[in-house]
Write a protein that binds this ligand. Structure first.
Ligand SMILES: [Zn+2]
Length: 405
């Protein structure tokens, strides 16, 4: 390779060439001065038309990829053309966006690193500001993700996640088939999620056949309004978690109170939360299994709610709606006959939502697609969320879940 070739590889500043370069004494920074080579026709950044008249030329300083580890600043004579259509406009360059402070190839490197590293680290690596790196990544994501592609989307999964623990919420919508995140928006109210359905549009809304959600959310009414042909499917995980909180936990506390004169027995019941909420097949420790059995033998109410929890889960294994309905009726009768107040209350409430449990027979959907998303969101939040820019955060989530074709 001769010198010119090396410079050409380093450069690639289309329409310009290297005029001179210098390096700071401590060798940490390189400054390159470019000169114009294209003097004939210029492209207008407004309309893309060809313009020959140059309105003015100003010097701009932009950052480029580091050269052999040194920060690289290039000084570029930037032309403003006089377009017949648009008036004075910056010349369009293939390697530098109008008003950009970094070249396109540096922007691309920044964005690629931002997909795996925290913004802070990327900023340190390139010697750029946090805010600059974030804006570069955001613009890159916007450009590459583009508008939401709804093609082939017929089944949805919707769930909420906390932006700040217990305070602000956001809603994430994914394609149930490909697990691609379609939309993320602030809030979880009907009004707040309406923006998604407006993007989906009326015609595509009619093509949605099923949507998996947690019961007890505002989502359902909004889905009915915009997706008239969709069946609502309740997620097993959420229902069972609710059962744990509203039935098992309360019965356990009631039992512990009942045993207040029997200190050792009370202690066993009080400390049994973990063991009761866990699936039996996930308890590996022999001692814990013995403890569970002893606990259940000694406490009838706990045994009842424990067994009914396992049976409740079986509802989601049915593929025939009629069989599921029969099984539900038996479950419901047993719950009511138990006369255990929290259980009776839960069964009565759940009855209203039966349609969404039975829908699972036909549409085997789970919001657990989004449970996985939730964990990844936590990581993204740590990596990118320093400045509370929702739009950026949501773009990062979309980019992290491109889906499987
Ligand atoms: Zn123009």
């Amino acid at each position: 390779m001769d010198k010119a070739e090396v410079i050409a590889i380093l450069g690639k500043w289309e329409g310009y060439e290297l005029e001179s370069g210098r390096r700071t004494a401590d060798e940490t920074e390189v400054e390159l001065r470019l000169k114009v080579t294209n003097d004939g026709k210029h492209m207008c950044s407004g309309c893309g038309g060809t313009v020959t008249a140059v309105h003015e030329t100003t010097w701009r300083e932009v950052r480029d990829l580091p050269i052999l580890g040194a920060r690289t600043v290039i000084r570029v004579p930037r032309r403003r053309v006089l377009c017949a259509q648009c008036g004075p406009k910056l010349e369009r360059l293939s390697w530098l966006e109008p008003y950009a402070r970094v070249t396109n190839r540096l922007a691309e490197s920044v964005a690629r690193l931002c997909s795996v590293l925290p913004v802070k680290h990327v900023a340190e690596h390139f010697g750029l500001g946090w805010q600059t790196v974030k804006e570069i990544d955001k613009a890159w994501l916007k450009g590459t993700l583009g508008p939401i592609d709804f093609s082939g989307v017929t089944m949805l999964v919707m769930d909420e996640f906390a932006i700040q623990k217990g305070h602000r919420y956001a809603t994430v919508v994914a394609d149930a088939r490909t697990k691609r995140v379609l939309w993320v928006g602030r809030g979880r109210s009907r009004k707040e999620i309406r923006a998604f359905f407006e993007l989906l549009g009326e015609q595509r809304g009619r093509q949605i056949v099923a949507v998996a959600i947690d019961m007890n959310t505002a989502y359902e009414l909004e889905i009915r309004d915009h997706c008239p042909n969709a069946r609502i499917v309740y997620d097993l995980f959420h229902v069972v978690a609710k059962y744990g909180r509203e039935v098992i936990d309360r019965v356990r506390v009631d039992e512990a109170n009942r045993l207040r004169h029997d200190k050792p027995a009370r202690k066993v019941v009080k400390s049994s939360r973990w063991i009761l909420l866990r699936n039996r097949e996930n308890i590996r420790n022999e001692e814990d299994l013995v403890k569970l059995d002893e606990l259940l033998q000694a406490n009838e109410a706990l045994t009842t709610v424990y067994i009914l929890k396992d049976d409740l889960k079986r509802l989601w294994s049915y593929r025939q709606e009629e069989w599921a309905r029969k099984f539900w009726q038996q479950w419901y009768n047993r719950a009511i006959a138990s006369k255990i107040a929290p259980l009776v209350e839960f069964a009565t409430k759940l009855k209203v939502y039966l349609h969404g449990i039975l829908a699972h027979c036909r549409w085997n959907l789970h919001t657990s697609v989004i449970e996985g998303i939730n964990n990844k969101i936590k990581v993204i939040k740590r990596m990118a969320y320093g400045f509370r820019d929702d739009e950026y955060f949501f773009l990062k989530i979309r980019a992290a879940f491109p889906g499987i074709p």
